[in-house]
Design a protein. Structure first.
Lengths: 306, 539
């Protein structure tokens, strides 16, 4: 197990370098970031040249990348154009997004898996058809529609919630989390349902029932545990996607998280912000994937890592 | 088995966290007499000479007062901190600062506060994006050379002659120079700005009716009324809290839900229902913004006598009235000159100066374009940035209008550029092959500001590199003129040169818009489309 983890960690290094280099190149292809700094007019050439020198943009690209990576390993992610260190932006943005992701994942696990078990056990019954139909609706409606609709109904029409997030605390993030989770939630439901329905007929379930185990125990310990492997894979991969892909949800609900910083960084062609945030997201993705693989062993004792 | 036990434990921790943060985190924004207002994260550090967009400008407008102030209604420049600004030759100015003004930290505002601030703003090493505002002052080429390093630290044209007086020597005659001094870049700065710059940036200190109580970068700024403010325009409310919004739609929704008091940029998608949504608590007033289509004169195809006819024809092919009514719902007005209504007749606004060239006349338009040899390159590509505003909508509408006129579906197409930065970049590198979106927001309410930076040979915002010696001569003469009326007449003659060559097609004057909650009154926007915060009353 220890050797397996070590090998996986080592594998992360090339992935990390490759992905950051790609992002660095892509952001640079967008063009000269200084041009957008002076509003509707051109920056005067002297100031533009000076700014370029200060941000190191006058150096060749490979040198910029090396300097950047060197700084990253000492914990310096550079400075955004408004003079704020990127690490400071991260310190404010990531906690909010992590809270939002936790809420979303909780929804996926609690609601998604419960619905999945419910429908999987009652395949073909009205409950099953009803849930299947509603997941189809959720999957086909884009997130921004769900978001704006819930904001309008709950925030303005019925005044149950505040339509925007101000402090980024958990209670404010419940509805945005639900919106963010909605599509994945539907997938989790369907995945769990199929998996449960398939395993219900498996020999080990029949054995467990024949042993005289209580139904609850059969479902939770034997059936569910074995059926969760594809679901865990999906949720694990989803963590990274939720953290980076919350741009739409964060804009609708005024959440000053990672998605918003990325969006603003791209609009302003702020290389340092974009590369910094994406670098951290890449790390999150890699770690989440590793954890998923390790979880397999917990769920299915037949899987061994060496 | 172990795994499941762990999961249970984790869920418990998360639930506890939910409860703990749920009630802990709500420190109060707003409060008695304090209004909340929508904001965007300022793009640059909040230094007066480094702020060139409206979000940072909002703050500067609250915490700084300069030698002059523009009347929020008429736009007229009035002496504010200046006791007098005298000149005999439109080139050497003697400025006397009023006694009794201080910064909110108690420091006196003196002649030095201005001279130090201006020297800082002009100096190349400080990277101030508004440095070119000081370009008229003698010695600018030494502290801010176009290339190479600066050879002086201070502007030789600025001299402190007493505690309250200083002199300014310009490198050319510029009669309306005193009227430019209301611009934020000319604000005075306290010593703390220079001695502890980092701390000042974290919490700027100025001399305006508000002081900054707290500032959380990227999310909120709490401004409170400064009780010791010596000026006549004291704040009529206890303070303003600026809240950064990710999207103007969200801010608007928050006003509807009663969570926010003021949104100063009503999203275009909401314009059709704003009157009923807010029960009339919506203002829509002219701002000093003109939208035009500029042309690349570095492309020889556009720099011919025939192309002039084509441009005039294109101008006549655009149905401005229909576009402003259907797309902008009256928040834009068809332009009939190259300035803005906020200048007023005395300031140089002359409706109808464009004449028939700005009227919608498809028959004449088609004729002119054909006479001029048709559209250069066969197809008109209007370049714009697609990331903000509703540029796509109006560009498509303009093209539609032109296509209908010419009876050709492919005569005009929009050419979107992904981001504003890239758009500016391509303009800067002279990559335009056809007309491009050009918006001009005035820096100060003078006709000079609508003409010289945009059409003078080699001027800072002459993106199309238009050049006309007659126009340049008229502007020079206007700047040397001492009387305002005579100067305005000359500027208008220069504007007629712009018209006769159709250097840029004027599209429409832009309004500022704002919506507000029922607990506010006396809400207004100044000609810079910034809310006049100090006059707003709460409750």
């Amino acid at each position: 197990m220890g050797r397996y983890v070590a090998r996986r960690l080592l594998q992360m290094i090339p992935v990390f370098i490759g992905s950051t280099l790609l992002i660095f190149l892509m952001v640079n292809v967008m063009g000269d970031p200084i041009a957008g700094l002076c509003g509707e007019r051109a920056c005067d050439p002297a100031t533009a040249a000076q700014l370029k020198r200060e941000f190191g943009l006058d150096k060749p690209l490979w040198q910029q990348y090396l300097t950047y990576m060197g700084n990253v390993f000492t914990g310096d992610f550079g400075t955004a154009f408004n003079g704020q260190p990127v690490t400071e932006l991260m310190a404010t943005a990531f906690p909010v997004t992590i809270r939002l992701t936790i809420v979303a994942i909780l929804f996926e696990i609690v609601v998604g898996v419960t619905l999945g078990v419910l429908t999987g056990m009652r395949r073909g019954r009205p409950v099953d058809t009803g849930v299947l139909l509603s997941t189809l609706v959720v999957i086909s409606v884009p997130t921004f529609v769900t978001g704006l609709l819930l904001q309008l109904l709950l925030g303005i029409k019925w005044q149950w919630i505040s339509p925007s997030v101000r402090y980024g605390s958990f209670d404010e993030l419940i509805v945005p989390g639900l919106v963010l989770a909605s599509v994945s939630l539907a997938y989790v439901t369907r995945l769990t349902r199929t998996s449960i329905a398939e395993n219900k007929r498996a020999d080990y379930v029949r054995t467990a029932i024949a042993k005289g185990l209580p139904r609850r125990r059969v479902v939770v310990r034997h059936l569910l545990r074995n059926s969760l492997i594809p679901v865990v894979t999906f949720i694990g991969a989803d963590i990274g996607a939720l953290m980076g892909g919350a741009i739409v949800t964060e804009r609708i609900f005024n959440i000053h998280g990672v998605g918003f910083q990325l969006y603003q960084g791209i609009l302003r062609q702020n290389t340092q912000t974009v590369v910094g945030f994406v670098t951290v997201l890449v790390l999150v993705f890699l770690v989440a994937n590793l954890l998923v693989d390790l979880l397999y062993a917990v769920l299915d004792p037949r899987i061994r890592y060496a | 088995m172990r795994g499941i036990a762990h999961a249970r434990w984790a869920a418990g921790v998360i639930a506890a966290g939910l409860l703990a943060t749920g009630c802990g985190d709500s420190g109060g924004f707003g409060g008695a007499g304090v209004l909340t207002s929508s904001w965007g994260d300022p793009q640059n550090p909040l230094e007066p000479a480094n702020t060139n967009e409206v979000q940072g400008g909002k703050v500067l407008d609250m915490i700084f007062r300069g030698l002059k102030k523009y009347d929020p209604r008429t736009g007229k420049a009035q002496n504010w901190l200046a006791a007098s600004i005298d000149t005999g030759d439109s080139r050497n100015f003697t400025i006397k600062v009023k006694d009794g003004w201080t910064f909110s930290n108690g420091e006196k505002v003196t002649a030095r506060s201005f001279v130090d601030a201006w020297n800082y703003g002009a100096s190349l090493r400080n990277n101030q994006k508004n440095a070119y505002f000081f370009a008229y002052i003698d010695g600018y080429d030494k502290v801010h050379p176009d290339s190479g390093t600066q050879t002086a630290d201070t502007l030789s044209g600025l001299r402190v002659t007493g505690p309250d007086t200083f002199t300014v020597r310009l490198n050319q005659k510029f009669s309306s120079f005193p009227d430019t001094l209301g611009y934020a870049a000319f604000a005075p700065l306290p010593r703390a700005f220079f001695t502890d710059h980092a701390a000042w940036l974290k919490k700027p200190v100025g001399n305006g009716p508000y002081r900054i109580e707290s500032y959380t970068r990227g999310s909120a700024m709490n401004l409170r009324k400064w009780a010791g403010y010596p000026g006549p325009d004291k704040a009529q409310n206890a303070g303003v809290t600026l809240l950064v919004y990710t999207d103007s739609n969200t801010a608007y929704t928050d006003v509807l839900a009663g969570n926010l008091d003021l949104v100063d940029d009503v999203p275009s998608t909401q314009l059709k229902n704003v009157e009923t949504d807010l029960n009339g608590r919506y203002i829509n007033t002219p701002a000093g913004i003109l939208q035009t289509l500029a042309f690349p004169y570095y492309d020889p195809k556009w720099d011919t006598p025939g192309a002039t006819k084509v441009r005039t024809g294109l101008s006549m092919a655009i149905n401005r009235r229909q576009i402003t009514e259907t797309i902008f719902r009256g928040t834009r007005t068809p332009a009939t000159d190259w300035t803005s209504p906020v200048l007023g007749a005395a300031g140089g606004y002359k409706p109808g100066l464009c004449g028939h060239a700005c009227d919608y006349d498809p028959a004449q338009a088609k004729k002119l374009i054909q006479e001029g040899g048709g559209i250069p390159g066969g197809q008109l590509k209007i370049t714009y940035n697609a990331d903000t505003g509703s540029h796509k909508q109006w560009v498509d509408a303009v093209c539609n209008s032109i296509n209908n006129t010419l009876g050709n579906d492919k005569a005009c197409v929009g050419n979107p550029v992904g981001t504003f930065a890239d758009f500016r970049n391509q303009i800067g590198q002279h990559k335009m092959t056809g007309p491009f979106r050009a918006g001009w927001q005035m820096d100060y309410p003078l006709i000079q500001n609508f003409l010289q930076p945009l059409y003078y040979t080699g001027a800072s915002s002459n993106d199309g590199k238009w050049s006309n010696s007659r126009f340049d001569r008229l502007v020079d003469r206007a700047n040397a003129e001492t009387g305002q009326a005579a100067a305005v007449r000359l500027f208008q003659q220069a504007e007629e040169v712009v018209r006769d060559n159709m250097a840029a097609i004027p599209l429409w004057y832009q309004n500022g818009s704002a919506g507000y909650a029922s607990r506010l009154s006396h809400v207004a926007l100044n000609p810079f489309s910034v809310p006049v915060y100090n006059e707003i009353r709460v409750g």
